[in-house]
Ligand binder design. Structure first.
Ligand code: NAD
Ligand code: K
Ligand code: MN
Length: 353
């Protein structure tokens, strides 16, 4: 690769305050990257209110034709139905076939000789389940009735299973937990579970995953155990909705949604994205935690093979979180987005001296 072209889609709310921090982190490690170029792209609720579309065609086209990867901030989706509006992040995941949402959740021990208390990865299927958004409202004699389609395919479950297996294999504990509810949803969750379980036996994969332990947990008890004994989990693989909920829940264990990164990955494209939303309660105040976005940039670079650059970003973040001196309000601190970002950038630059 001669150059690395990165689409930037801050979208709404605090996305606009934290994506610039992710951009700075990439610039701080650019000596280890091919020529970096950024392309600013529009999407989101504000774009919708101005232009009538939440995901302009030019954005999708630029991502497909000009970009090697992208960073997405967060979108403000109204919780009521608005004619013509549809969430651009859900659409982008489908449009670019970013079928795996990989969400590492780990704590940083104040005593750095101790292993982190929480160290897990949620691997969320990113294209189907209830997020196919096939919903219908009908009027019956007894009032309104709403129905939704929940799609689970063998193809999507197998490919997310493979990603999860590969991640588990690369970790020291090599434990994969399949999250499902097939005691009740035996057909849909049953297919998910069976498809993931079949991965080690797939043609061409035989033997490669021999040392990975596979366990399973019903989703409700998985959340309970996650809160009581998070150390029992290593890599968790889940259908779309369970994965969404579990990763937000896991965020509570490490202090804040503001520190949890993710990537949306497909076979040909990767998009970094903080797990949090647009946080309207704090948007515009300059106090959003930039760590989730900065870590998302590192996760994206790592996925693209720029491991040493990603390590430097992650180390600077850990060396900021562990002493707990320069923190935003969500982590009990009183520093601004800019102050925390500047501090992390300083710690990245130090590693090149
Ligand atoms: P949220 O993640 O925006 O916020 C939840 C809570 O966490 C809020 O109190 C918020 O202040 C706090 N928080 C989140 N990120 C933070 C950060 N970086 N620093 C400090 N505090 C942070 O979830 P919500 O309030 O349920 O949703 C708000 C909007 O975001 C909704 O319109 C929702 O649809 C949207 N949303 C978008 C995405 C996405 O873009 N992928 C994901 C989730 C929610
Ligand atoms: K987000
Ligand atoms: Mn979510």
């Amino acid at each position: 690769r001669q150059s690395l072209t990165i689409g930037l889609i801050p979208a709404d709310g605090i996305g606009r305050e934290v994506i610039p921090a992710a951009r700075e982190a990439i610039l701080a490690v650019q000596s280890e990257l091919p020529q970096v170029k950024f392309i600013d792209l529009l999407a989101g609720w504000e774009t919708f209110t101005r232009t009538g579309t939440a995901l302009p065609r030019e954005t999708v086209q630029a991502l497909k034709e000009d970009c090697d990867c992208a960073l997405f901030g967060s979108v403000s989706s109204p919780s009521r139905k608005v004619a013509g509006y549809s969430s651009p992040i859900v659409a982008l995941r489908k449009e670019l076939d970013l079928y795996a949402n990989i969400r590492p959740v780990s704590s940083v021990s104040a005593d750095r000789t101790q292993p982190p208390a929480v160290d897990l990865i949620v691997v969320r299927e990113n294209t189907e389940c209830l997020y196919v958004k096939d919903e219908k409202l009908i009027h019956t004699e007894n009032g309104k009735e709403a129905r939704a389609t929940r799609l689970i395919t063998e193809r999507a479950s197998t490919r997310i299973g493979k990603i999860a297996f590969e991640l588990a294999k690369a970790r020291s504990r090599k434990l994969l937990t399949i999250i499902h509810k097939s005691n009740v949803l035996s057909v849909t969750d049953g297919l998910f579970r069976e498809s993931v379980r079949a991965v080690p036996g797939l043609p061409g994969i035989d033997g490669r995953f021999d040392d990975v332990t596979i366990e399973e947990q019903l989703v409700d008890s998985a959340v309970y155990r996650l809160f009581r004994e998070p150390q029992i989990f290593d890599v968790m693989v889940a259908p779309n909705l369970y994965g969404d909920i579990i990763s937000d829940a896991a965020a509570a264990l490490v202090g804040s949604l503001g520190v949890i990164p993710s990537i949306n990955a497909g076979d040909n494209f990767v998009m970094g994205e903080p797990v949090h939303g647009s946080a309207p309660d704090i948007a515009g105040k300059g106090i959003a935690n930039p760590v989730a976005s900065i870590r998302s940039a590192a996760l994206m670079l790592r996925h693209l093979g720029y491991v040493s650059a990603a390590d430097k970003i992650d180390k600077a973040v850990d060396d900021t979180l562990a002493p707990a001196e320069i923190l935003t309000a969500d982590l009990g601190g009183k520093h601004s987005t800019t102050e925390v970002t500047d501090h992390i950038m300083g710690l990245i630059k130090k590693q090149y001296n």
